[in-house]
Design a protein around this ligand. Structure first.
Ligand code: 5RP
Length: 297
């Protein structure tokens, strides 16, 4: 039975103080519902407003690619250093700790491989399973201009609509097929289409010319993929330029887990994304960690 003894009436309503309405600062997200904002706030860190996602979903179409042969050996040690795990449900369930407290951006598309047409994806995870895994966001690729453009956009719409029903944001990944342009015009088009369809985050690629316009033309946060493995200083410079030109973080895979010091590299990327460190200073963080690992005290 509810306890009704000594119920005290409220008396301090702070009548002289206007109700504090805290704006939700993330680009394009102010009008979202509480659960949606809560999930986005787990992804984008409060202090910098940015995120470092560790992408290790590549196996869903590439198989056991270099650095991802054993997720338990190569990726699990990196989990403490990332803000977000971006992965498939198979990789997550089989190899990642459930007590890491790291939010998950769940790859929810699949159905093709490196041997077939990349744009021919399907929605490969049901929203119920995404919720069971406590996903903080769900994600699929869009292939604008590719053979299965319509299907990939329809997958995105499906994710957005089901995610909206349960307060789960959707990240669109602007995929590039084998022979597709990789310039600001293309990524600007694909990013904007994704945002207009209702994506809450867009993942795209950094381009040297016109990246600022890609960001400016996209009303929701943009994170960049790392792309193929580059020398560490080049990857850090790319991340630096992307953040400087308005990106809200990285969703980086190969440039971290294929580095000769993955922990050093993710620490260096964090310094760029969260602390605005220059690529040179961040490289020193990577070098120091690499040296430390080679000669532990
Ligand atoms: C594939 C993806 C991958 O997660 C992403 O491209 C991987 O990151 P990186 O390019 O940095 O290895 O979304 O479509």
């Amino acid at each position: 039975m509810a306890d009704l003894d000594d119920v005290k009436e409220g008396k301090d309503f702070g009548l002289d103080t206007p109700v504090d309405v805290k704006a939700f600062g993330l680009r394009g997200s102010n009008a979202l519902d509480w659960g949606m904002q809560d999930r986005l706030a787990r992804i984008f860190q409060e202090k910098s407003g940015n995120t470092v996602m560790l992408a290790f979903d590549h196996g869903y179409f590439q198989g056991p690619a270099t650095g991802l042969e054993r997720l338990d050996l190569t990726i699990r040690p990196l989990v403490p250093y990332t803000d977000v795990m971006m992965c498939t449900r198979g990789g997550l369930r089989a190899t990642m700790p459930a007590d890491s407290r790291k939010p998950v951006v769940l790859r929810c598309s699949g159905g093709m491989s490196v041997l077939t047409e990349l744009s021919n994806e399907l929605v490969a995870v049901d929203i119920e399973d995404a919720l069971r895994l406590n996903a903080s966001a769900i994600t699929t690729n869009v292939y604008v201009g590719a053979e299965y453009e319509h299907k990939s956009l329809s997958n995105l719409v499906k994710l957005i609509d089901t995610g909206n029903r349960y307060g789960v944001p959707t990240m669109a990944v602007t995929g590039v097929g084998k022979d597709m342009a990789r310039d600001a015009r293309y990524f600007g088009l694909a990013s904007r289409i994704s945002a207009e369809l209702g994506a809450h985050i867009v993942k795209t690629y950094f381009v040297e010319e016109g990246f600022e316009k890609v960001v400016a033309g996209c009303p929701v946060p943009i994170v960049i993929a790392g792309g193929k493995k580059l020398p560490e200083i080049d990857a850090l410079t790319m991340a630096y330029k992307a953040i400087d030109q308005g990106a809200s973080g990285v969703d980086m895979g190969r440039n971290i887990f294929q580095s000769d010091s993955p922990v050093g590299m993710i620490k260096a990327v964090r310094a760029v994304v969260h602390d605005g460190e220059t690529p040179e200073k961040a490289l020193q963080i990577y070098e120091d960690e690499k040296a430390r690992a080679l000669s532990p005290a």
